[in-house]
Design a binder for this molecule. Structure first.
Ligand SMILES: [Zn+2]
Length: 92
């Protein structure tokens, strides 16, 4: 059963609701005396969204960037070394 994250646009109340996909979306804040409109947040584990998509994206990018950098230096370094240590053709 999926759980959905809702956020009240009036009082910023965050809450999770376990409901099936066939259940109607909630529209009203469950907080007593609020009754504000609630918005369903996309996906589960919306904590990532709350912290800001920038945080997640930056983290992901630096990870892949590091990997790419490592790969680049690995492929270029041995190649260069091999070239330098290669015996001259005349000795062959
Ligand atoms: Zn509310």
């Amino acid at each position: 059963m999926p759980n959905y994250d809702y956020k009240c646009e009036k009082c910023d109340h965050l809450f999770e609701v376990f409901q099936s996909m066939n259940d109607p979306k909630l529209t009203d804040c469950p907080q007593e005396g609020c009754d504000g409109p609630v918005k369903r947040l996309l996906g589960t584990g919306a904590g990532i969204i709350f912290k800001g998509s920038g945080f997640y994206q930056t983290d992901y990018r630096s990870e892949s960037y590091k990997a790419g950098e490592k790969k680049a230096s690995e492929s270029s370094a041995p190649k260069k070394e091999k070239k330098e240590t290669k015996p001259s053709k005349s000795s062959d």
